[in-house]
Ligand binder design. Structure first.
Ligand code: OOG
Ligand code: NI
Length: 266
């Protein structure tokens, strides 16, 4: 496990921009007036004991992160938790896991077959959170997973790495609203996730979010190389609670739509 928060996020970022060529360009566009501060990152996994949410969480808990919120996504069959660091300038972490037992026998046995190929020692190694795929996968299996769960197919194709980074709009000197950020992104040719509207959330729920649609990159499977959605970039504007402190949680109804930023036909 990493012992330093900064080196962990730097390694996650390097892997993420390799998967997401547009993210480096968005980063450059938004960082003209000020340094970019990350609101949060997100990771995905399956709820199988060897690699479940808690296994990923340990990598963050060992460097001081604390579990702060629980979320359920019934239609997508996911659970999630978010984690915060005592140093509030460090990014929050959103980790979700697919409830594998709620899917078909075929999906369950496919996923178990993938997870069996992981060396258990790898799950606690320094680099696990940006180690990618640990298994063989063919296109037919990917397509079969996709038919049941876009999320399952994404984890099968990309394995362990940051699914997205999130720009804190609160820290951008040149932008006051999420509409201005979205406008600048669209003017520069980036495609936003419009599921549930381009802006998810409202000032009343203390969090507004938007995201790009994931880049499509070529991924090597055992039988072919295909172009599929990789990772996306998110933008978050937080509002103060009654005590004057910015809200630090997530909003399940909004997160439900953010997940769709990696949909194949989004
Ligand atoms: C996570 C989606 C939810 C948020 O900020 O609400 C999310 C994912 O796509 O893995 O990131
Ligand atoms: Ni997010």
């Amino acid at each position: 496990m990493h012992t330093n928060v900064n080196t962990l996020f730097e390694a996650l970022w390097q892997d993420y921009i390799e998967m997401t060529p547009s993210a480096a360009k968005v980063h450059q566009l938004l960082s003209k007036g000020s340094a970019i501060i990350n609101d949060h990152i997100a990771l995905r996994t399956f709820n199988i004991a060897k690699v479940n949410l808690e296994v990923l969480a340990k990598h963050f808990e060992s460097i001081g992160y604390v579990a702060c919120g629980d979320y359920k996504f019934e239609a997508k069959k996911l659970n999630a938790k978010h984690f915060e660091h005592p140093d509030s300038t460090q990014p929050k972490v959103f980790i979700s896991e697919l409830l594998v037992e709620e899917f078909s026998d075929e999906l369950q046995s496919t996923v178990k077959g993938l997870i069996e190929q992981i060396d258990t020692a790898a799950t606690t190694a320094d680099d696990f959170l940006y180690s990618g795929r640990h298994w063989e996968l063919d296109t037919k299996t990917y397509e079969a997973l996709l038919a049941e769960s876009e999320y399952a197919a994404w984890v099968a194709a990309f394995g362990y790495r940051a699914n997205h980074f999130t720009v804190s709009i609160n820290h951008l000197a040149d932008y006051d609203t999420i509409f201005e950020v979205n406008h600048a992104l669209k003017a520069a040719g980036f495609v936003l996730n419009a599921s549930g509207g381009e802006v998810k959330g409202t000032p009343e729920v203390l969090l507004e979010q938007s995201s790009t649609m994931a880049d499509k990159i070529s991924v090597s499977f055992s039988d072919a190389v295909i172009n599929i959605p990789s990772c996306f970039y998110e933008f978050a504007l937080r509002y103060p609670k009654a005590d004057g402190e910015l809200y630090t949680g997530f909003v399940a109804a909004s997160a439900d739509k953010i997940f769709e930023s990696t949909n194949v036909n989004g």
